[in-house]
Design a protein around this ligand. Structure first.
Ligand SMILES: [Fe+2]
Length: 95
């Protein structure tokens, strides 16, 4: 789990620091999704399982919120995500 910045942000410009903060936020949300799904899988209590899975779904929404801001500020990320999507589509269609 992440409770501290995993990297030193002090040398970054305000814009780059904000993008880095969004990436850290995304990392934390993805980590939280994995954690809540593991917690759900670890209990036989159906109410608890349901709440953990509901919270995991909410964390996925949070990923989207941070990603929206990240992509608004990082055109290179937008382009590289398109490249990655195309690469995977090409790999998959060749099989
Ligand atoms: Fe969250």
């Amino acid at each position: 789990m992440i409770s501290k910045y995993p990297i030193d942000l002090s040398g970054l410009s305000t814009e780059q620091r904000n993008l880095a903060l969004l990436r850290i936020g995304i990392m934390a949300e993805l980590d939280a999704i994995n954690l809540y799904e593991q917690l759900a899988a670890s209990t036989e209590d159906e109410k608890l399982k349901k709440v953990f899975l509901d919270v995991a779904r909410e964390e996925k929404e949070h990923v989207g919120e941070f990603e929206t801001l990240l992509l608004a500020g990082d055109q290179e990320q937008v382009e590289m995500m398109k490249e990655g999507k195309k690469e995977v589509e090409d790999i998959i269609k060749d099989k």
